[in-house]
Design a protein around this ligand. Structure first.
Ligand SMILES: Cc1cc2nc3c(=O)[nH]c(=O)nc-3n(C[C@H](O)[C@H](O)[C@H](O)COP(=O)(O)OP(=O)(O)OC[C@H]3O[C@@H](n4cnc5c(N)ncnc54)[C@H](O)[C@@H]3O)c2cc1C
Length: 324
């Protein structure tokens, strides 16, 4: 079991963690990134990415994350193939984290970039057709369904927002909900019901996603009526599962403030948590935007704030020593 010390300990290797690492390394903080179970983060499970700035042509999510990792390593980041299983942050700085390997990580500052995972239905065909008609992000993938027939599955704010967003691209959007009323805010519901591009299927659950991943992708959904038990099909080109996200914040329960859905709460407009020296960036603190570029942006902010935090501590220490 080894102990690793760094000025900036980053938990998570998605766009937020890698961007924090690039800025941290260039500020000579010799960051360590603990990568977790999904090195590269959520973009490694998608294919086409068309909205990350800097690329005229469609790029692949896994490729983009390889580039970010290579850049972070090139400027001096140490990557660790480990998953953090516990943290001690109330006594810091420095902050302490223990990896699944048994290794100990000590950070003078801590950047939390553990992201979030979209919740899936777990229905047959859903995973096989992921990126081939099935998606969990309309902002990311809606553009690929211009002029096509799409469905959104869910009944909360996210589902209604996704359906409304998709009307920018499609005139034929079906919202499928397992109950006969929505949980979404009334104002969103009003906008949904006013749209002549959205129809609603009540009391329906998706039994399976059908189509050939190697030949055209999703073709239709098989549905069951929760009241009558009847089975039906719905032909669609794209289906967006919008039943929520789960932020990866289990480690921080009782240690950092969270909202009702488990997202970390930060000082508005900053990545600062209530513990000085602990910063949160990316999807783990952002249930609104959830994009690679916003995650990268807040990762940059976390690194800049971490550098300033350490500089202020160092200055105070020097002043105290000079006064002795
Ligand atoms: C299918 C799909 C398609 C998408 N398409 C697009 C798109 O086209 N454009 C776009 O901008 N966005 C897209 N997104 C959204 C985008 O991927 C996310 O907004 C972005 O990845 C969030 O970055 P993040 O760094 O905050 O977290 P994540 O990418 O979620 O990364 C979290 C990281 O934390 C690590 N981690 C978690 N727990 C631990 C732990 N205990 N110890 C160590 N490490 C840990 C994980 O291993 C992972 O590396 C898509 C998302 C999905 C799911």
């Amino acid at each position: 079991m080894a102990t690793h010390h760094t000025k900036m300990l980053i938990i998570g290797s998605g766009p937020a963690g890698f961007s924090a690492a690039i800025y941290g390394a260039r500020a000579l903080m010799e960051p360590i990134v603990v990568q977790g179970l999904q090195p590269g983060g959520q973009l490694t499970i998608t294919t086409d990415v068309e909205n990350y700035p800097g690329f005229k042509d469609v790029i692949q999510g896994p490729w983009l994350m390889e580039q970010m990792q290579a850049q972070a390593e090139h400027v001096g980041t140490r990557m660790m193939w480990d998953t953090i299983v516990s943290v001690e942050i109330d006594k810091g700085p420095p902050f302490r984290a223990i990896g699944d390997s048994g290794d100990e990580y000590i950070g003078d500052t801590l950047v939390i970039a553990t992201g979030a995972q979209a919740k899936w239905l777990g229905a047959p065909g859903e995973q096989q057709l992921g990126g081939k008609g099935v998606s969990a992000c309309a902002t990311c993938d809606g553009f690929f369904y211009r002029g096509k027939k799409v469905a959104v599955i869910g009944g909360g704010n996210t589902a209604v927002e996704e359906a409304l967003y998709l009307t920018n691209h499609s005139d034929d959007v079906t919202l499928i909900h397992r109950r006969d009323e929505l949980r979404a805010e009334k104002i969103l519901q009003e906008r949904l019901f006013k749209s002549n591009k959205i129809s609603t299927l009540w009391n329906k659950t998706v039994v399976s996603f059908e189509g050939d991943p190697a030949d055209g992708g999703l073709t239709h959904l098989v549905l069951t009526d929760t009241v009558t038990g009847e089975t039906s099909t719905l032909e669609v080109d794209g289906a967006f599962v919008a039943i929520g996200h789960a932020p990866a914040t289990e480690l921080f329960k009782g240690k950092l403030e969270m909202d009702d859905s488990g997202y970390l709460i930060v000082e508005p407009g900053t990545p600062k948590t209530a513990i000085p020296g602990v910063f949160a960036c990316g999807d783990v603190m952002d249930h609104t935007y959830r994009q690679a570029v916003t995650a990268a942006g807040t990762g940059c902010m976390a690194a800049l704030d971490a550098e300033r935090f350490l500089a202020t501590l160092e200055f105070a220490k020097q002043e105290a020593e000079a006064a002795e």
